[in-house]
Write a protein that binds this ligand. Structure first.
Ligand code: AP5
Length: 239
């Protein structure tokens, strides 16, 4: 196991438009650093599938490409972040997505450190993936996901070895409900309206790293590892 894997990494926040590669890169970061990927999109989809109260409340907004209300998402994240596997760090894939969620996260991390100083929760490393919008449609309409292991493919760009079948476990791949053209347009508009200001919030604090995600997956991964490993951690002060 590489030395880096054993280090306390703290929180990593991945920002970027739909299809930027947040999920793809989160899985690689999770493997390298041994910390969990927390995808709010995946958690919400699980809740929709299990017909939980949260899933029933979130379903309509998700199918329109709008954001689920902040209080529901923050409560869901709070539950997940208290799990023991988050002690050395975690990857937030798709959270925070609004100014309210970003302020909530700062306050939550600060409070967690005060409550349990053994937790290694410093200020997050915040990475924004920049991609040419013209490429996103191909990425999203071509996406296929394995419902068993979560591996992400693309029929145009990273196809599985056998059509529509996961290379890892042989499960039939699925298409996400919100990867339809009209919903993709709304998701992009929502990103611009509500999530771009989050990147500005972190930028003003000197906490934003921008990565050109318009390159082959391995190149983006290599840059991410470098940025994270060169990053100086700061306490969870929220300022
Ligand atoms: P969520 O599931 O988070 O979707 P998203 O942000 O729209 O992002 P995606 O999962 O579509 O894209 P990605 O960046 O992960 O790209 P991926 O790696 O898969 O959210 C869904 C919904 O849930 C939201 O609309 C909202 O309703 C709700 N929600 C979630 N979080 C919320 C929150 N915090 N607050 C409120 N509501 C929330 O890659 C995409 C494709 O591109 C794949 O096919 C992949 O193979 C390919 N690809 C990846 N990288 C590359 C590359 N470098 N080159 C070529 N192809 C690539």
């Amino acid at each position: 196991m590489a030395e880096e894997v054993l280090r306390n990494i703290g929180p990593i926040v991945l920002l970027g438009p739909p299809g930027a590669g947040k999920g793809t890169q989160s899985k690689r970061l999770s493997d390298r650093y041994g910390i969990p990927q927390i995808s709010t999109g995946d958690l919400l989809r699980e809740n929709v599938q299990r017909r939980t109260d949260l899933g029933i409340k979130a379903e309509a907004q998700m199918s329109r490409g709008e954001l689920v209300p902040d209080n529901l998402v923050c409560d869901m994240v709070a539950w997940r972040l208290r799990d023991q596997d988050c002690e050395r760090g975690f990857i937030l894939d798709g959270f925070p997505r609004t100014a309210i969620q970003a302020a909530w996260l700062d306050a939550f991390l600060k409070h967690q450190v005060l409550e349990n100083p053994k937790r290694h929760l410093c200020s997050p490393i915040v990475v924004r993936f920049d991609v040419d919008y013209n490429k996103l449609s191909l990425r999203l309409t071509g996406r296929r996901t394995c419902p068993t292991c979560g591996r992400i493919y693309n029929v145009h760009l990273q196809p599985p070895l056998v059509d529509e079948i996961c290379d890892v476990d042989g499960t039939k791949l699925i298409i996400r409900d919100d990867d339809r053209y009209e919903v993709i347009q709304e998701r992009l508009a929502t990103y611009e309206r509500q999530t771009m200001p989050v990147a500005e919030y972190y930028k003003k604090q000197g906490r934003l790293i921008s990565v050109n995600a318009d390159r082959p997956v391995d190149e983006v991964t290599a840059e991410l590892f470098q940025d994270i490993e060169n990053h100086e951690t700061a306490p969870a002060s929220g300022d």
